[in-house]
Ligand binder design. Structure first.
Ligand SMILES: [Zn+2]
Length: 120
């Protein structure tokens, strides 16, 4: 993958503007920031809104797993000493752990569709 001349980041070839001189080996983001091209001219640009939307999509996708990992770490650190609440906590952890893969599996088509919508 080529390196951008300005920000020194590696991107796929599709993320570069074509041209010679100052446009040579310049990524679309730097080109827009430096005023070489207008944002409308580069459909492949990941704009800030797009980046935030993708971030939110990915965090929604992996939130159940984070919950499972956090829940079990909490349980193993001090969940055993809470009397009846340990049992409730343990049972809800088991339910979440069993449900998380199901949610993940059934959400994959919707996730892929949304990701495709948010890919320039
Ligand atoms: Zn750059």
């Amino acid at each position: 993958m080529p390196t951008c001349r300005i920000c020194k980041q590696h991107y796929p070839q599709s993320q570069f503007v074509s041209g010679n001189g100052p446009r040579y080996l310049t990524c679309v983001r730097c080109a827009v920031e430096q005023g070489m091209v207008e944002p409308e001219e580069v459909p492949q640009l990941y704009s800030d809104e797009l980046v935030n939307a993708r971030m939110a999509l990915f965090s929604r996708r992996y939130a159940p797993w984070v919950l499972v990992i956090l829940g079990w770490s909490l349980y193993f650190s001090f969940g055993n000493s809470l009397g009846i609440w340990s049992l409730i906590f343990f049972v809800s952890l088991i339910i979440i752990t069993l449900i998380a893969p199901v949610i993940h599996f059934f959400g994959s088509a919707r996730f892929k569709a949304n990701l495709l919508k948010l890919t320039p």
